[in-house]
Ligand binder design. Structure first.
Ligand SMILES: [Zn+2]
Length: 432
């Protein structure tokens, strides 16, 4: 697979060279650096198409993005300010859509018209994309004001240095390009995902264990058509926004062992750690939540009720095996999902060990972590867990995990269908 990607990229570069005579036409009107700009755009498009077809992702570091956009921006400035021949400039158009209308009127050669319109839009698309990768989706207004100010400044400088005309339509087209880039992000992230290099630093232990606070989220059903009356059914679009929020803000997802080891100070803690858990192995997980988690390379935990495996409303064993190949761990959520505090000691033990044995024989795993069905437990439940070798158990009581958390009463925050993105942000910051 890797080799065929390389080969296709090589072929695309070959094609670029084959078409070099056509690219060179541009240098009649523009500074030779235009070849570089065309090459950047062409190569990015080629990478996108090749990776998309191979269904592969490319991780890009934030630093690489800053560098490329700076080089690209400089090249664009050269294009705007240094043109080969002494074409006469200095005209002014402040009437919106006059130039655009002129190009569309048919009075100009259609190729030149299209080229002018497309270039004025297309060359600005990378800025919208860049902004979205770096600042996330919460800033369209800010993006618009920044790029309006920048483009007006460029237009005016061009005019006063006699390097170009002052045309309000250029502004309209350029901003259109930036906005298109902003919205193309959802397509772009199918291939280019940002590596959180700016978040790689870890909290030094000197900051003290009392500063370690880790949210553990508890999800249930994730579906495009959730039952609005069921608190535990979250719409897919809301879930996607939450996952995007975590990805855009540099959160590192954990497995249960990592979560507990971090609370205990055994391993270093990333800057923004979070544990994502899903209860009850419901069948929606596989088609809806799983692809999103996989796309972002996020780890998560599936607390599985073993009697429910292969039932119509739940995931099949084959699906559990597949998600396990992509960073999802399967953990113990009893055999039949009872209220544990109401059972006698023997039945408690049976629920826990039967589930553990099933997971072992079916999926070949040792499930060390546990979630209480309905968040219900008593002291006897905890001692049963300890005796059966379970290392940690999760409640649904809310709050953040700290070094003081009891490993058998680890707090989880339940995400409900009415939660807005603001609720979500508050929950992961405060635990409630
Ligand atoms: Zn449950």
């Amino acid at each position: 697979m890797r080799n065929s990607i390389k080969l296709n990229l090589l072929i695309s570069q070959g094609l670029f060279i084959v078409f070099l005579p056509s690219w060179l036409n541009f240098t009649r009107y523009l500074h030779p650096i235009v070849i570089g700009v065309v090459w950047i755009c062409y190569t990015l498009a080629a990478i996108y198409i090749v990776y998309r077809l191979a269904q592969k992702k490319m991780e890009v570091k934030a630093g690489a993005m800053h560098a490329s956009i700076s080089i690209y921006g400089l090249a664009l400035l050269v294009l705007l300010f240094f043109r080969p021949s002494d074409q006469s400039y200095g005209s002014v158009n402040l009437l919106p859509f006059e130039t655009i209308g002129f190009y569309l009127s048919g009075e100009v050669n259609w190729f030149i018209a299209m080229y002018n319109l497309a270039a004025n839009i297309g060359l600005f698309v990378p800025f919208g994309l860049y902004y979205r990768y770096i600042y996330g989706k919460l800033g369209l207004k800010r993006l618009l004001s920044i790029c309006t100010a920048a483009i007006i400044m460029i237009e005016c400088t061009q005019f006063f240095t006699r390097r170009g005309s002052l045309d309000v339509d250029d502004l309209i087209l350029n901003i259109t390009g930036v906005v298109i880039g902003y919205f193309l992000y959802s397509l772009s992230k199918e291939v280019f995902i940002m590596k959180n290099s700016r978040r790689q630093s870890e909290k030094p232990f000197e900051s003290g264990p009392e500063n370690i606070k880790i949210p553990a989220l508890c999800y249930h059903v994730i579906s495009p058509s959730p039952d609005p009356d069921n608190l535990y059914q979250l719409s897919l679009s809301k879930f996607e926004r939450q996952i995007d929020y975590l990805a855009e803000n540099g959160y590192t997802t954990l497995l249960c062992t990592e979560y507990l080891d971090m609370l205990n100070g055994k391993i270093p803690v990333p800057l923004k750690p979070i544990l994502l858990t899903f209860d009850d192995n419901t069948k929606d997980f596989y088609p809806y939540a799983f692809p999103l988690l996989k796309e972002h390379g996020m780890k998560a935990t599936q607390f599985t009720v073993t009697d429910w495996i292969d039932r119509e409303a739940n995931m099949a064993a084959s699906e559990l095996k597949e998600v396990m190949d992509h960073g999802i761990e399967v953990q113990n959520h009893t055999a039949s999902h009872p209220y544990l505090s109401g059972l006698d000691k023997q039945d408690k033990n049976m629920e826990i060990t039967t589930a553990g044995n099933t997971l072992d024989s079916l999926l070949n795993i040792r499930a060390d972590f546990f979630a209480f069905p309905y968040g219900d437990y008593d002291q006897e439940t905890i001692s049963t867990l300890q005796n059966s070798g379970i290392k940690g158990a999760f409640t649904v009581a809310g709050g953040l995990g700290t070094y003081q958390s009891n490993p058998y009463e680890l707090p989880r925050i339940v995400i409900l269908n009415g939660d807005t993105l603001e609720d979500f942000q508050r929950k992961i910051h405060t635990g409630f």
